[in-house]
Design a protein around this ligand. Structure first.
Ligand SMILES: Cc1cc2nc3c(=O)[nH]c(=O)nc-3n(C[C@H](O)[C@H](O)[C@H](O)COP(=O)(O)O)c2cc1C
Length: 363
């Protein structure tokens, strides 16, 4: 197959500069990044990925060792840049606890105290592992950490959800920005938790604007789940496509069955962005719990990460019972395009299809 279309030439150059065979990146997905999925994507020529937010340093190291043992391919390790400590409001948390008690087990008062693993220790683990790529979301790495990454030859991919964030990432030394459209499944990557829902920009607007605003390569993510989406992203100026929900039905993703099955039948208008699971806005399937939790009668969710702690018991019970109604079922707007095929087939379907579409349109 020829690769004469300029968008393909750009994507292939990007892939080879990162030692990939295809410009398809598995999106980092905290809680949904098993090594098996990354091994399959990397062995198909794409980039593996670990959303390490909730993992202790030892678990991140074990993940990287497993992926390195199972594949010669590359991977990215991803962390959330921590928000300032939340402002606690015991009375408001009691109201959330009472509400959640109607959806799952009684919620202990201390549940809201749960915090993610120590960010500094996670950063040290990343430097020790020295993956080809480290990515960020919800903000930018501190300059000293950026310097240490660069000294080790690690490339920094910064997730952004606006043009302003993209410029800030470039100024801070990011090698690549990942433009996340509001179609994306999971949490929105907006740097400011307070305003994360106010500036919801779709990928068709965000991507060309970011491409025009920065001089570093741009990866597109959010709602890309078939070859048409990959081809469109490359035409709009992206150098690669990063896919999350589109890989979640693969057997290697090992998702709870109720969640994986629902992804396959969820229409774009059947997902919603809410703070109901973690306190930070994220896009999930519009389940009975999420709908009830955003109704005017429901208490306002606590800030991140307090809400995550408060919903833990309900989420655990939902997984145990394979009960979609109250499961944290993250999903992007293009869910129904996701294929329940092995990940290697998804990678080749995405890339070969995009090549065919773009070559058919080659000048
Ligand atoms: C289950 C799930 C968990 C996610 N966790 C993270 C994360 O930890 N870090 C991150 O940068 N992005 C995270 N995201 C966002 C993805 O990296 C990516 O932006 C999104 O999946 C793209 O949209 P799509 O799902 O429509 O492909 C998550 C997405 C999903 C679906």
């Amino acid at each position: 197959m020829t690769t004469s279309h300029p968008a393909l030439v750009r994507a292939e150059a990007f892939a080879s500069s990162h030692h990939l065979q295809v410009p398809i990146l598995l999106a980092p997905m905290a809680g949904a990044s098993p090594a098996s999925l990354s091994i399959a994507v990397a062995n198909a020529g794409g980039l593996g990925s670990c959303g390490a937010l909730l993992m202790q340093p030892s678990a991140i190291k074990a993940w990287a060792a497993e992926v390195r043992a199972g594949s010669n391919g590359g991977f990215q390790l991803n962390l959330w840049i921590p928000d300032p400590p939340p402002r606690r409001d015991p009375a408001a948390e009691d109201a959330v606890r009472a509400f959640l008690g109607g959806w799952g087990p009684e919620v202990a008062r201390e549940a809201g105290d749960a915090t993610p693993p120590d960010f500094t220790a996670q950063c040290e683990a990343l430097l020790e592992i020295a993956p080809p790529i480290v990515s960020s979301i919800m903000g930018l790495y501190p300059p000293a950490f950026v310097d240490r990454m660069k000294a080790k030859g690690i490339k920094w991919f910064a997730n952004v959800s606006s043009v302003t964030e993209a410029k800030a990432a470039e100024d801070a030394g990011a090698d690549v920005v990942v433009a996340q459209g509001m179609e994306a499944g999971g949490h929105r990557g907006a740097f400011d938790a307070e305003t994360a829902e106010a500036n919801m920009v779709g990928l068709f607007s965000l991507l060309p604007a970011v491409v025009d605003a920065v001089s570093i390569p741009v990866v597109a993510t959010g709602g890309i789940a078939d070859a048409r989406g990959v081809a469109a992203a490359l035409l709009l100026g992206a150098s690669a496509a990063q896919v999350g929900t589109g890989f979640l039905r693969c057997p290697e993703a090992k998702l709870p069955a109720a969640w994986a099955d629902a992804i396959g039948r969820t229409l774009p208008e059947q997902t919603m962005v809410s703070r109901t699971f973690s306190g930070r806005p994220g896009r999930s399937i519009a389940t009975p719990y999420t709908r009830a939790a955003v109704s005017p009668q429901a208490p306002k969710p606590a800030p991140y990460p307090v809400q995550r702690g408060l919903t833990q018991a309900m989420r655990d019970a939902a997984i145990k019972a394979n009960d979609l109604d109250r499961m944290q079922a993250w999903a992007g707007q293009s869910s129904a395009l996701a294929l329940a095929h092995p990940a290697s087939e998804v990678v080749s379907t995405l890339w070969e299809g995009a090549q065919a579409l773009l070559n058919a349109a080659a000048p």
